[in-house]
Design a protein around this ligand. Structure first.
Ligand SMILES: Nc1nc2c(ncn2[C@@H]2O[C@H](COP(=O)(O)OP(=O)(O)OP(=O)(O)O)[C@@H](O)[C@H]2O)c(=O)[nH]1
Ligand SMILES: [Mg+2]
Length: 308
């Protein structure tokens, strides 16, 4: 399956709900008027795009319709498509940085959102590109977490650095950094234990990890990816806000998009909290994680005459 058909399939629940609602509104109108804008705004809000972002999108749509003198409700959909892409691309870069040897990618987030699975998928992806990858098993807290990461290391063909359950996560990171440096590895991926943004000791633990990474790898890029479970909808949006206040997040990995119609949260997260979604998870398999491409994402959830 091509990458685009995979995104399309992964986002089919969001598309079925969002596109259908849009169509049923648009079909009910003969001309473009204020009532149409109001009903479209309601569809956006119902699709988890967030109230503020939905209002902003409709505001832009009104302007475009006026400037371009658009009369056909069906044409409004093309304009909406363009506005949605703009919202996702303005002022941000969704590329993962990989400067230095090794480049560092660390994942954080609450329990069960898909951190470890995403690490496994990211590792497999870099291995496929011929890069050497080291995994740091810094979730030393949850029972079975290290073994779970080992399974992923095996599948991906990556090296893993671990200690015993219960050991200091910062010590694991320190070991992994040294190993990766000696091996001249391209990528160091750090798994971490599930935590809440307001658990002071756990957030301090992350700071300790950053400190080691900064000190030992001053010339490496460091991605701190917050993993969010899309099926939790507005709750995931709230986690983005709260974690952003507590940690220096560089991007979002939005997982489980295959299991939900709530894909619209991508727009709220980007527009309201200014954090780019960098990767999306569309299944449990090793290939089910992809780089976030705004145009493809919008194409996958909104059908226009041009992309049908
Ligand atoms: N359908 C689907 N399931 C996913 C996706 N990503 C992760 N999962 C599933 O989500 C569950 C939890 O994933 P983990 O990777 O263990 O989550 P975690 O954040 O590491 O969890 P903790 O270590 O307990 O905090 C697993 O059953 C995964 O297979 C995805 O994109 N789609
Ligand atoms: Mg985990």
């Amino acid at each position: 399956m091509g990458i685009f058909s995979k995104i399309k399939e992964g986002l089919s629940k969001t598309k079925n709900s969002f596109n259908e609602k849009l169509d049923s509104v648009i079909k009910a109108f003969r001309t473009v008027d204020e009532d149409l804008f109001e009903e479209l705004e309601e569809v956006l809000i119902m699709s988890d795009i967030g109230v503020n972002t939905s209002m902003e999108i409709i505001e832009r749509l009104r302007d475009t319709v006026l400037t371009k003198n658009i009369k056909e409700p069906e044409t409004v959909k093309n304009e909406l498509h363009e506005i949605l892409v703009n919202i996702l691309t303005e002022g941000t870069d969704s590329k993962i940085e990989t400067q230095g040897t090794p480049a560092v990618i660390m994942v954080i987030g609450v329990n069960g959102v898909g951190k470890t699975t995403s690490i496994g998928k990211i590792a497999a992806n870099y291995k496929k590109q011929g890069k050497s990858v080291v995994l740091a098993a810094a979730d030393t807290f949850r029972a079975g977490a290290i073994e779970q990461l080992e399974v992923w290391a095996d599948r991906a063909g990556a090296d893993i650095i671990k200690q015993q359950e219960g050991s200091d996560p910062a010590a694991v990171i320190f070991d992994a950094v040294n190993y990766a440096k000696n091996k001249k590895a391209d990528i160091l991926l750090c798994d971490t234990a599930g935590r809440l943004h307001n658990k002071k000791n756990l957030m301090e633990e992350l700071k300790k990890i950053y400190k080691i990474l900064d000190r030992e790898l001053p010339n490496s890029s460091k991605e701190v990816l917050l993993v969010l479970d899309a099926t939790t909808g507005q709750n995931a949006v709230m986690q983005a806000k709260l974690f952003k206040e507590a940690a220096d997040i560089t991007g979002i990995v939005l997982t489980k998009l295959d299991g939900t119609a709530k894909g619209g949260i991508v727009f709220a997260i980007k527009n309201e909290y200014d954090i780019p979604v960098k990767l999306i998870g569309v299944g449990e398999g090793i290939d089910d994680l992809m780089e976030f491409e705004a145009e493809d994402f919008v194409d996958a959830i909104l059908e226009t005459e041009e992309n049908a």
